[in-house]
Ligand binder design. Structure first.
Ligand SMILES: C[S@@+](CC[C@H](N)C(=O)[O-])C[C@H]1O[C@@H](n2cnc3c(N)ncnc32)[C@H](O)[C@@H]1O
Length: 402
């Protein structure tokens, strides 16, 4: 996308076209383009069609916290995107959580280094924080600027097109960096290959009273530096990102890890308890949220539910007590047996089970393959949890609680 074709979308004619294309259906492009080209320049029609498609893709990310799954009434229909921008932007719920944390720390002025199309900058400005939003890509900057204006946040967001390494952050309360973790060749796994590299972003976060940066959820814990707090964030059970925070006073010496589950938010801190003991499977099985597992806070959840691991290497907890917790899904078990497909098939048939929810850990089967083998039929539903325990595998049948 060229800057000129993007800017043409901001004209009255561009806006009319975007409004007309708001809910176009996949497959209609050709007919729509032919019809619209009779009245509008071909280049503008192509840019509007591409933008309308990006907005539709962005609806899942840019809904409000409670609406993003419905796909209705979202920021996405007011914002502008680039293909990379929509891919790399922080989803609204997570950006709002981060902004809330910065605001609670008293941050009023923040440098958003690597702002992209403005996913984070928008949430920060909505939390009342004045943002200097920096990106080195001119088209991305034009899009970020248009986004600030589209949401009435231009007063709070100043967009600067520059390399972040040239930006002076003196006088800011905080720096936030969201490095690019993709190149034209795909995803980058080495944090020193991020742009800018992780070590640079850590240095930048330490230059102001508060600092944060976004990293991949798979970041090895050894890479969390001294003086930093690491937070893993999930949204509706999917782990979305990890963040390193500086200046929050939570660090390796106190409570180094945090798991935040959205919506909620539910925040669990800790990281200093020893691993829970392993023991026999009890009446309830607890499946900790992915953010809890990534943050190594399973022991904290075990303590809450009076639980033990079913195996030292597997992140399923078990207990004879039912203790409600937002940090794990609980299942009441009816059967615990050695894993055997034939036996499972017979059990499901006997119980008239047509819907099987399959969960698994420590075993190389896919739920789809297993479901095909089971061919379940009947009116009832069951959850089957298959796990490695010791040298073998077990299957646990039950129902979700709560
Ligand atoms: C992951 S995206 C940021 C997404 C953003 N937080 C959001 O929610 O929309 C990373 C951005 O960093 C920019 N970038 C990478 N290296 C940079 C550098 N050295 N200076 C300025 N911008 C850079 C890229 O152009 C890209 O837009």
């Amino acid at each position: 996308m060229e800057i000129e074709s993007f800017q043409a979308l901001l004209t009255d004619e561009g806006q009319t076209l975007l409004a007309e294309l708001r809910d176009f259906k996949p497959g209609e492009e050709l007919a729509l383009a032919t019809r619209l080209r009779r009245k509008h320049p071909a280049e503008l029609v192509s840019a509007a069609l591409a933008q309308a498609a990006l907005r539709q893709r962005a609806r899942a990310k840019f809904g409000s916290a409670d609406r993003q799954h419905s796909g209705e009434d979202t920021d996405a229909d007011a914002l502008y995107f680039t293909p990379n921008g929509v891919e790399q932007a922080t989803r609204r719920s997570v950006a709002e959580w981060r902004a809330e944390r910065f605001a609670a720390l008293g941050v009023r002025r923040l440098a958003d280094l690597c702002c992209g199309i403005g996913g984070d900058a928008i949430a920060l400005a909505r939390a009342g924080i004045a943002v200097l939003a920096v990106d080195r890509d001119p088209l991305t900057c034009a899009v970020a600027e248009a986004n600030a204006a589209a949401l009435g946040l231009a007063e709070l967001i100043e967009v600067r097109c520059a390399d972040v390494t040239d930006v002076d952050v003196t006088g800011f309360d905080a720096v936030f960096t969201d490095p690019a973790r993709r190149t034209s060749r795909g995803r980058v796994f080495d944090p020193e290959a991020y742009s800018p590299p992780l070590s640079w972003a850590i240095g930048a976060a330490r230059r102001t009273p508060f600092g944060a940066l976004k990293v991949a959820p798979g970041i090895p814990h050894e890479l969390v530096p001294e003086g930093a707090e690491a937070e893993w964030v999930s949204d509706h059970g999917d782990v979305k990102e990890a963040g390193l925070w500086f200046g929050t006073k939570a660090d390796k010496a106190t409570e180094p890890h945090r798991a935040t589950l959205l919506p909620g938010p539910h925040t669990l801190t800790g990281g200093r308890l020893p691993d829970p003991e392993a023991g026999p499977v009890g009446r309830y099985l607890y499946e900790p949220d992915g953010a809890v597992i990534r943050a190594h806070l399973v022991a904290e959840v075990a303590e809450q539910v009076g639980g033990r691991l079913i195996d030292p290497m597997i992140a399923y907890l078990t207990s004879d007590l039912l203790v409600p917790t937002p940090y794990a899904h609980a299942y009441e078990l009816t059967d615990v047996l050695p894993f055997n497909v034939k036996k499972l098939k017979a059990l499901l048939r006997e119980r008239g089970v047509g819907t099987v929810v399959i969960k698994k850990r420590g075993i190389g089967i896919t739920p789809e393959d297993l479901r095909r083998q089971l061919k379940p039929t009947g009116p009832n539903t069951v959850t089957v949890i298959i796990s490695r325990v010791g040298d073998g595998h077990i299957m646990m049948l039950g129902q979700p609680v709560g």
